[in-house]
Write a protein that binds this ligand. Structure first.
Ligand SMILES: Nc1ncnc2c1ncn2[C@@H]1O[C@H](COP(=O)(O)OP(=O)(O)OP(=O)(O)O)[C@@H](O)[C@H]1O
Ligand SMILES: [Mg+2]
Length: 270
């Protein structure tokens, strides 16, 4: 198992610094099905961690639990040492734990810049609805901050284009830019490159690395193994809601139970 790269202040005198994210026994049932089953997951500051597993393994349910969209049946979630298990989504975001917007949640009839402006208000308790209602009165500092984020995501040339007119890869990058506007300490990315061509996925994964290098920790769910293996320093494998394996990309790709789980899933889909 590898130790993650850590940013921020060195923690002198501590052998093992407190993880940024730590779940213990995280469990969520849907009826009789344990979608997430006693998962212990830790992510240290500055890491890029991959969360992988066959379809239905519980990855998205994990993200829904971490971001407060659904409540766990059992277990705890700690973020930066605080118990956030029962917090609501806007409270989780305010602490700096932000998940990306999926493609479908971009505001297609708004420009790229307006989408990022809305991302600034992910913290807002009243939610995006009211912000949308009062839009077009954005303070200049918000516009400036949003342009910075767009620039960082390589989208400044597209600031005034409607989201729906952007190529697929740019729409995904815009989803990440919206999340970045909320200044996350930990960014949860659910399948950021699935369905992309090699060129597009290469660009988005380069953006993910840049985001980490600038100080945001990353937890990444992705089926594209080239992207996962090439980007993550540590990988956690889920299968039927349980943690099956954990380690470096080399460790998990050589792990017999991981190979079996993926082959089993492949055969089940055949
Ligand atoms: N809201 C829900 N109600 C009932 N069952 C659900 C719900 N959400 C997820 N499940 C079930 O929980 C299990 C885990 O689903 P989840 O979406 O977390 O898997 P996943 O690992 O993200 O899969 P994929 O790789 O296909 O996105 C699946 O069996 C799924 O059918
Ligand atoms: Mg999923």
């Amino acid at each position: 198992m590898v130790e993650g790269r850590r940013g921020g202040e060195p923690e002198l005198g501590r052998v093992s610094p407190r993880p940024l994210l730590e779940t213990q026994g995280l469990t969520r049932y849907f009826g009789g099905l344990a979608a997430v089953d006693h998962v212990d997951l830790t992510v240290s500051e500055g890491e890029i961690v991959g969360l992988i597993g066959p379809n239905g393994a519980g990855k998205t349910t994990c993200f829904n639990l971490l971001s407060g969209f659904i409540r766990p049946t059992a277990g705890t979630i700690r973020f930066d040492g605080d118990d956030i298990t029962r917090l609501r989504p806007h409270q989780v975001v305010r602490r700096g734990l932000v998940r990306t917007f999926q493609l479908t949640t971009l505001f297609q009839e708004m420009t790229a810049l307006e989408n990022v402006l809305l991302g600034l208000h992910l913290h807002s308790k009243k939610g995006l609805g009211q912000v949308l209602f009062s839009r077009r009165t954005y303070p200049p500092e918000e516009v400036a901050r949003s342009r910075e984020v767009l620039d960082f995501a390589g989208l400044s040339a597209h600031a005034d284009q409607l989201a729906r007119n952007l190529p697929h890869g740019h729409q995904r990058a815009l989803g990440i830019a919206m999340a970045m506007a909320a200044r996350p300490r930990l960014l949860l990315l659910d399948e950021p490159v699935t369905g992309m061509n090699l060129d597009e996925s290469g660009r988005v994964m380069a953006l993910v690395k840049t985001i980490r290098d600038r100080g945001t920790t990353i937890l990444l769910v992705e089926h594209n193994m080239k992207a996962v293996m090439g980007t993550c320093e540590r990988i956690v494998v889920l299968n039927f809601g349980q943690k099956l394996a954990e380690g470096t990309p080399a460790d998990v790709s050589a792990n017999a139970s991981v190979i079996e789980a993926y082959l089993g899933a492949g055969l089940a889909h055949a």
